[in-house]
Design a protein around this ligand. Structure first.
Ligand SMILES: *Cc1c(COP(=O)(O)O)cnc(C)c1O
Length: 487
């Protein structure tokens, strides 16, 4: 099945616009500018509106349905965030305007920096990085700069647990660090013996995701931090899973030295095709001098008559700028609005509900699907997409079948240490009815795996396109269809 293209709808002579009568003399275009071979469709306005409205409805998004894509925190993006981001006072400013003329924008960034510091227990925050992976890169640059500033040049080893997100080793390797993997223990924690074996005087640090990508809070996190610090290394926190611990645990209090936030996950700014991300980085007091600059600060305290003046400062040993201008300001506005509308107690409730929702779903699926680590989970959990007595069924088949039931699939085949992993993150914004509907379908699919496995193997059956050859789709990108490429 494929969707009709605009050209297929074309009908000779049909028009969507009417030009005013020409009031200047006609003249011919220079030779060659007018091409007769372009397949430009001839359509009425209503044809065009219906076509694009129809296409927009083919898109699955958080505004259309449940989106339990583990590790991505696909929570609902409140529309009040969008209203705030569209305020003309924000959209009409330019990043190069004199600071005196953009005090409101700077106040917002200053407070957002402070709120992130407070909520995560850090001494400094940069809002520049464009996404989590970019924050990771910034954090590793900071760790590297810290060691270099002390003249400790041989510290180039970064330890990364085997449950980590692929961006962790990728960012470290990009910066020329030597990546060493440590395995997880039987309860899904960092294996302490494996960790100790890697700790020596070449250790720059560890990249730790806590709660980790198995959805588990590391039971020895304080010990992990102690071991790494004792060896002279620093602890990088991958904050992608911060949605599980808002207002409950402050990473800085755990001894984490530097961490990125994913505003587009935890603080509800849209992502996954919905817009740019934002990956601010927080650091402890030992690292504030290395933060990228410029940062927003109060540059003149003011007095009884004059309010404080906000401006930009660059830390003493800054690793430099990592992003043009000041990061994705529109995302800062959305995250700020979100935090403001929830307040401190509300943010804690966000995490409590996210964890409760995940454990509720986990309880409903326990016994139907295999759990590689059967512990109380945090905001997400991992099941195995292998069913006893249905050896030909894989995680991918279950995910594709979910689409027939109008659910977005969970994350597939990640984390890598779980065979046939399906990683489910319901988020706090879903009702019990939605969670139950999803659990009912997951249980039904597990039955179908035995009674009608071909339904799973050939799924999806009722989506605009059927099962794709994903390798081919990635290798032979077709980004534009229906229009012949311009020669
Ligand atoms: C999403 C994610 C990242 C990367 O964040 P982006 O904003 O997508 O670059 C890193 N680690 C984990 C665990 C994640 O879930």
């Amino acid at each position: 099945m494929s969707e009709p293209q605009l050209c297929d709808l074309s009908s000779s002579g049909r028009r969507g616009v009417r030009f005013p009568t020409c009031d200047v003399p006609f003249s011919d275009l220079p030779e060659g500018l007018l091409r007769q071979d372009l397949p430009l469709p001839e359509l009425s306005e209503v044809d065009v509106v219906r076509h694009f409205t129809h296409l927009s409805q083919l898109n699955y998004g958080i505004d259309t349905g449940f989106y339990p894509l583990g590790s991505c925190t696909m929570k609902y993006n409140p529309k009040v965030n969008e209203e705030a981001a569209r305020l003309p006072g924000f959209t009409g400013t330019h990043p190069l305007q004199p600071v005196e003329t953009v005090q409101g924008n700077l106040l917002l960034m200053y407070e957002l920096q402070n709120w992130l510091k407070e909520i995560a227990g850090f001494a400094g925050v940069t809002l520049q990085p464009a996404a989590g992976a970019h924050g990771e890169m910034t954090g590793i640059m900071i760790i590297h700069a810290y060691h270099v500033a002390r003249g400790d040049l041989k510290r180039t080893k970064i330890i990364i647990p085997d449950s980590a997100h692929g961006t962790n080793p990728a960012t470290s390797a990009m910066l020329g660090m030597q990546v060493v993997e440590v395995k997880s223990d039987s309860r899904g924690n960092v294996d302490l013996e494996a960790l100790k074996a890697q700790c020596d005087d070449t250790l720059a640090g560890i990249m730790l995701t806590n709660p980790n990508t198995l959805g588990l809070f590391d039971e020895h996190v304080l010990e992990v931090v102690r071991i790494v610090h004792a060896a002279g290394g620093l602890v990088y926190g991958d904050g992608a899973n911060f949605n599980a611990i808002l207002g409950i645990v402050r990473p800085g209090d755990l001894g984490i030295d530097v961490m990125h936030f994913n505003l587009h996950k935890t603080f509800s700014t849209p992502h996954g095709g919905g817009g740019p991300g934002s990956g601010p980085v927080g650091v402890g007091a030992n690292l504030v001098d290395f933060l990228p600059g410029p940062l927003v600060d109060i540059i003149d305290a003011g007095d009884d008559e004059n309010p404080p003046l906000y401006g930009f400062v660059t830390p003493r040993l800054s690793v430099g700028r990592v992003k043009a201008f000041h990061g994705h300001f529109g995302m800062h506005v959305r995250a700020y609005t979100y935090m403001l509308s929830y307040g401190g107690a509300g943010l804690r409730q966000v995490s409590e509900t996210a964890v409760l929702n995940a454990n509720y779903l986990l309880a409903r699926l326990r016994g139907v699907y295999k759990l590689p680590y059967d512990r109380t989970c945090m905001h997400e959990f991992v099941i195995e997409g292998h069913l006893e007595g249905a050896p030909e069924i894989h995680a991918l088949d279950i995910s594709k079948r979910l689409m027939d039931y109008k659910f977005h699939p969970p994350t597939n085949y990640f984390p890598l240490i779980v065979p046939e992993a399906l990683m489910i993150e319901p988020t706090e914004t879903e009702s019990q009815q939605t969670l139950d509907a999803f659990a009912d379908v997951m249980i039904k699919i597990a039955e179908e795996a035995h009674t009608a496995p071909e339904l799973l193997k050939n799924a999806p059956h009722n989506t605009p396109v059927g099962r794709l050859d994903e390798v081919k789709a990635a290798k032979e990108l077709v980004l534009c269809c229906g229009v012949a490429p311009l020669a």
